[in-house]
Design a protein around this ligand. Structure first.
Ligand code: URA
Length: 259
């Protein structure tokens, strides 16, 4: 039987993405894998086999199938910066009924989750996203993403104490903390007559209670902790409890931190 004649493919839309990118974003395969599927003639756009990987397609206007099955809709990726207030757990549910950040996340138009965590009594910069792949890489210990904390500690640490934070030899638990960058910003005596100091501490690990354990290990326990930078992104003047979308350059910084 003669094959039914199909209309010629619509001209490539002005807007749209390369076919292999659309396929990769739909979670079907890597871009390379998508190129292979295309070369093998297994991909159709509006019913016609496509063998040209660079074809621009708009998934909302064209039907794309692979081996006859429709391509799942690509999920748009969203990235936000959240100034987490203290007093909330960085989880979406707590069996003990403590306050969590879920209420803040529910205000967003898309479902996102936090990248890593901050202790309940810690405030500061938290990335929220639905980009599971990037989140996983950022959280992986091998990524060594820099995180900077504004730390108020008890007492007045001296240069030797700061050197311990920087050294890579300070034991927390069974192994030493990776070298950090530590700067003493100011010292003061509070109204109750207690000596306090403020440090800026940058670490590249994310072990449980890491900063608190490091500061306790030098004999200057944390009184207050705030994360002010993550992977080169800065909290800046974002007010407590506020959430804002990341700018494209900030998303590139996050991506650059893990490649
Ligand atoms: N270090 C801590 O001790 N707590 C945090 O939440 C983050 C880093």
């Amino acid at each position: 039987m003669a094959e039914k004649k199909r209309p010629a493919l619509k001209p490539a839309p002005e807007e749209g993405d390369r076919l292999q990118k659309v396929m990769a974003e739909a979670g079907l395969s890597s871009r390379r894998g998508a190129e292979r599927l295309i070369a093998e003639g297994r991909v159709r756009v509006d019913g016609r086999v496509v063998t040209r990987p660079g074809l621009k397609v708009d998934q909302s206007r064209s039907e794309i199938t692979v081996d006859g099955r429709p391509l799942p809709r690509a999920q748009k990726l969203h990235y936000y910066m959240f100034h987490k207030p203290s007093g909330y757990l960085t989880t979406l549910a707590d069996p003990q009924g403590r306050p969590t950040i879920k209420g803040y996340l529910d205000q967003l138009p898309v479902r996102v989750f936090p990248v890593g965590r901050l202790d309940m009594d810690v405030e500061g910069l938290l990335i929220l996203t639905n980009d599971g792949q990037l989140a996983k890489k950022l959280m992986h210990p091998s990524s060594r993403v820099p995180k900077t904390y504004w730390v108020k500690v008890a007492g007045h640490p001296d240069e030797q104490d700061l050197e311990k934070l920087r050294s890579g030899r300070l034991m927390i638990g069974e192994r030493p903390a990776a070298p950090g960058q530590a700067t003493l910003v100011k010292t003061a005596v509070d109204r109750a007559g207690q000596s306090r100091a403020w440090l800026l501490l940058t670490i590249t690990e994310g072990r449980h209670h890491q900063v608190k354990r490091m500061c306790s290990a030098i004999g200057h326990p944390v009184v207050k902790l705030k994360r002010v930078a993550y992977a080169g992104l800065e909290l800046g003047s974002l007010r407590r409890e506020a959430i804002r979308p990341l700018a494209p350059a900030e998303i590139r910084l996050l991506e650059g931190a893990v490649c």
